[in-house]
Design a protein. Structure first.
Length: 112
C-alpha cells in the first residue's frame, strides 16, 4: 500500500483540491462575484493564507493563476484581468481576479 503525502488529491464529490476550495471560499467572503469589480490577487491570496490555508503563499498564488487560465482547466473558475500567462509558457503576472459568471451557481453548490 502506498500513501501520497507530497500532494493534495481532489475531492471525489466536486473535483476541487483543498487549496482551490479555500481560495473560492475566501473570494466569496470578500464578495468577489462576477458583477463586482476586480481586485488584486495579493488580497485574495493574503485572505486565503491568513484565514484558511496557513501553508504559505507559494501554493496559493499559482493555484489562483491556474484557476483563471482557460487552457488549464476545462471550466475556469476565476475571471482574471491582466496577464495570466499563455499556452506557450509565457510568465504569468495576475492582477485582478473575480468569479466567472458561469461558475457563480456552481460555487454556491460547492461551498457551505
Amino acid at each position: 500500500m502506498s500513501v501520497i503525502i507530497a500532494r493534495a488529491l481532489p475531492d471525489v464529490r466536486d473535483g476541487l483540491k483543498p487549496v482551490q476550495r479555500r481560495i473560492l471560499y475566501a473570494m466569496r467572503t470578500l464578495n468577489l462575484t462576477p458583477d463586482s469589480a476586480h481586485t488584486k490577487c495579493a488580497k485574495v491570496a493574503g485572505e486565503t493564507q491568513a484565514n484558511y490555508h496557513p501553508h504559505g503563499q507559494e501554493v496559493i498564488y499559482p493555484t489562483l493563476v491556474r484557476m483563471a487560465q482557460s487552457w488549464s482547466l476545462r471550466y475556469p473558475l476565476v475571471d482574471g484581468q491582466g496577464n495570466f500567462g499563455s499556452v506557450d509558457g509565457d510568465e504569468r503576472v495576475p492582477e485582478r481576479p473575480r468569479l466567472r459568471h458561469a461558475d457563480e451557481g456552481r460555487v454556491d453548490d460547492l461551498l457551505p
